[in-house]
Ligand binder design. Structure first.
Ligand SMILES: Nc1ncnc2c1ncn2[C@@H]1O[C@H](COP(=O)(O)OP(=O)(O)OP(=O)(O)O)[C@@H](O)[C@H]1O
Ligand SMILES: [Mg+2]
Length: 230
């Protein structure tokens, strides 16, 4: 068995909305090993996005520990989290989250802005990544000039920009038709197989989840069932 890359230990997340308390995560424990492809399923509001955001250093738990590569990230400052995020993690969201005023090429170059490499090297890498996702001929298009599937492929190229150890995908096919969704899944699967990238993917779609090695079922902020598929 490979080493754990991510470990959540009895993680709680409580949001305070005025006097109302929302318990988004209620004692979530989960181990992800290097190179695994894990799908997270569960009803709306069960805490899927909250848990993925926490693994992705976008938020910190109210209680419990999160270990990334053995390092406890539960209590880090925002700037320390941002640094880890930039180096280790690539995000793919349901809404693509591209910057509308930038071209595909500029969107993919953005995460590399803080690297020590020259502008021309960053541009070269962004061009290679766009070619990899089949968009070599759409580099100078803005998001509004691209189809949904093309935008999601730009987002995937952007997620890969810094060669992340972990890809976090929250409903990556949620806004795509089934054909385009399949293309995106084939790409993620290939990335996982050929490069050994660890992938954690939230999905509502049982068919999409079948691409994963393992499905974790969430309910009311904790895991209620695990399905091993391989
Ligand atoms: N910033 C926030 N402030 C207050 N409550 C929140 C916040 N973010 C999430 N919640 C609440 O936490 C719970 C879990 O939300 P989360 O977004 O993780 O659900 P989800 O499983 O991703 O659902 P969906 O499938 O609809 O995306 C929900 O009840 C939600 O209303
Ligand atoms: Mg969600």
């Amino acid at each position: 068995m490979q080493d754990a890359i991510i470990k959540l230990e009895d993680v709680w997340k409580v949001y305070h909305m005025g006097r109302v308390e929302v318990q988004a995560l209620r004692g979530l424990s989960l181990v992800i090993r290097k190179g695994e492809f894990v799908a997270i399923m569960g009803p709306s509001g069960s805490g899927k996005s909250t848990s993925v955001n926490m693994v992705g250093c976008l938020d910190v738990p109210s209680r419990g520990r999160i270990l990334l590569d053995g390092k406890d990230i539960s209590h880090l400052s925002e700037s320390a989290l941002a640094q880890i995020r930039g180096k280790k993690i690539g995000f793919i969201f349901q809404q693509f989250n591209l910057i509308g005023t930038l071209t595909a090429l500029e969107n993919v170059m953005l995460p590399m802005a803080f690297q020590d490499t020259s502008l021309s090297e960053r541009k070269q890498r962004a061009m290679e990544l766009l070619a990899l996702v089949g968009l070599g001929d759409r580099m100078h298009h803005k998001p509004s000039e691209l189809s949904g599937g093309q935008q999601q492929r730009v987002a995937i190229a952007r997620a890969l920009a810094n060669e992340p150890e972990v890809i976090l995908a929250d409903e990556p096919t949620g806004n795509l038709d089934s054909q385009t969704g399949k293309m995106v899944m084939d790409f993620l699967r290939k990335l996982h197989k050929e490069q050994g990238t660890t992938i954690i993917m939230v999905t509502h779609d049982a068919y999409v989840a079948r691409h994963a090695d393992r499905i974790e079922h969430l309910r009311d902020g904790r895991i209620v069932k695990t399905d091993h598929q391989r």
